[in-house]
Design a protein around this ligand. Structure first.
Ligand code: FE
Length: 268
């Protein structure tokens, strides 16, 4: 209530949904935001400005890419002792789980979580970059990571990063079915914003071609505005993929269930 802020910006649909639940956002009606941002990437009071994908990296030495083409494959006993992933309490994994619940229902989602846990190479630890490095080091055969961490390593000129990327391959999961799970960076105007008109203008600016290029070229994420041309060699090299176009509000809806299922499955 005492915040001087006009806007709240953050990453992950789970966190944005939490802000919505706490009623900190004010609804925004903007023709510009409605026409520039696809419907599944906005709500009445918060908007996605960039997307990131949750992808699979695998060890070229230890795994054939055909063994890990889907999120389900990571729970297949074939990959026993080979899977690395960060904590199940992290929003990136909670949102992935929420998408699985939305597509397949709770029972299948729990079977998946238990299969993942049974396949762990080690107890979850570290961030996504740590998982990629652990795959390169041979500690794990496959791992889950957000796409921009891969793109960041691809753009790095540090010899140790170049070596890491030589050892790992990349898979877009679920290309034959639901598409790869995507999450977002986004934000909204605060109910308590002292400068409401300027706040809406700023949100509209974030959907402009110029600002959309910052997300792509600066943070290696994809613009939500389709027509924006980006200049990012790593995104170019990663190429096109089929993204899951589940409405982002759905990811929000299943966050609590996602955590309960991870807890039951022992995915700490
Ligand atoms: Fe991150």
């Amino acid at each position: 209530g005492n915040s001087p802020a006009d806007i709240f910006l953050t990453v992950d649909a789970a966190r944005l949904a939490k802000a919505h639940e706490l009623s900190v956002f004010a609804p925004v009606a903007s023709k510009i935001l409605e026409s520039r941002i696809p419907a599944h990437l906005r709500t009445d009071d918060w908007f996605a400005f960039s997307t990131r994908a949750r992808i699979i990296v695998y060890s070229k030495a230890a795994i054939k890419p055909g063994e890990a083409q889907t999120y389900d494959d990571l729970a297949n006993p074939r990959l026993k002792g080979k899977v690395c992933v960060r904590s199940g309490s992290h929003p990136y994994n909670l949102s992935l789980m929420a998408s699985i619940i939305a597509h397949e229902g709770e029972a299948k989602a729990e079977t998946w979580a238990r299969g993942m846990v049974a396949n762990f190479a080690r107890a979850p630890k570290g961030g996504d970059t740590d998982q990629i490095k652990a795959v390169a080091a041979g500690e794990c055969g496959v791992a889950l990571t957000n796409s921009y961490y891969v793109a960041r390593l691809m753009r790095s000129t540090k010899p140790e990063d170049v070596k890491v990327m030589e050892k790992v391959g990349i898979v877009w999961p679920n290309q034959a079915t639901t598409g790869t799970h995507i999450n977002v960076s986004g934000g909204g105007m605060l109910k308590t914003a002292p400068h409401k008109e300027a706040a809406v203008k700023f949100l509209e600016y974030l959907a402009s071609d110029d600002a959309q290029r910052y997300f792509a070229d600066g943070n290696n994420e994809w613009p939500v505005v389709d027509s924006v041309k980006v200049n990012n060699p790593a995104l170019e090299a990663l190429g096109k993929f089929k993204a899951d176009n589940l409405p982002i509000a759905k990811l929000a809806m299943y966050q609590v269930k996602a955590q309960m299922i991870f807890d039951r499955a022992g995915f700490k």
